[in-house]
Ligand binder design. Sequence first.
Ligand SMILES: CC(C)(COP(=O)(O)OP(=O)(O)OC[C@H]1O[C@@H](n2cnc3c(N)ncnc32)[C@H](O)[C@@H]1OP(=O)(O)O)[C@@H](O)C(=O)NCCC(=O)NCCS
Length: 144
Amino acid sequence: MQYILFQPEMLDDVIAFLDKNITERYSPQIFSKIHNLWPEGFIIGTINNEIKSLICGAIVSHSKKLRILLVVVSSEYRLQGYGKQLMDDLSKVARSKDCKRVSLEVRNESRAIAFYTKLHFSKVDYIPCYYQDGTDAIVMEKEL
Ligand SMILES: CC(C)(COP(=O)(O)OP(=O)(O)OC[C@H]1O[C@@H](n2cnc3c(N)ncnc32)[C@H](O)[C@@H]1OP(=O)(O)O)[C@@H](O)C(=O)NCCC(=O)NCCS
């Protein structure tokens, strides 16, 4: 997997990648906003110039916290260490910006909870009806 930073001309490919690999739908403008807020925090993984993974986050500056917004690996490349690699890479960039903690929301009962638990995240909170379909979110965090 080759890692590059998101560029605005990749937007259509990012949307197509997400449509194929996750059920949640996002408006394209959100990715331009995330990119503008923190360009180094939006990493794309490619194989043969095709998007196969991505991660994006934002820094909550008053609390020195990295907030992971989305991490996705293409279904055929899962369980090969690519998700962990993205999380490690983004954490490294955030540490260089003086972040002390990392936080994220995940769907209640999602399989991703096991992934984050493997990466030493703990459940710290619960947000009712957080997702568009009414599913609750679990907030998970760890020290960076
Ligand atoms: C969650 C996701 C990003 C994980 O990526 P991945 O590349 O498959 O994960 P990795 O191979 O790096 O796994 C790292 C560790 O987590 C474990 N793990 C990953 N997915 C798991 C699962 N579904 N159940 C149990 N353990 C899991 C791996 O076994 C591995 O453990 P190990 O280090 O002991 O071998 C990927 O499954 C995905 O894209 N899911 C759909 C989107 C999603 O739910 N994203 C998260 C919310 S935005």
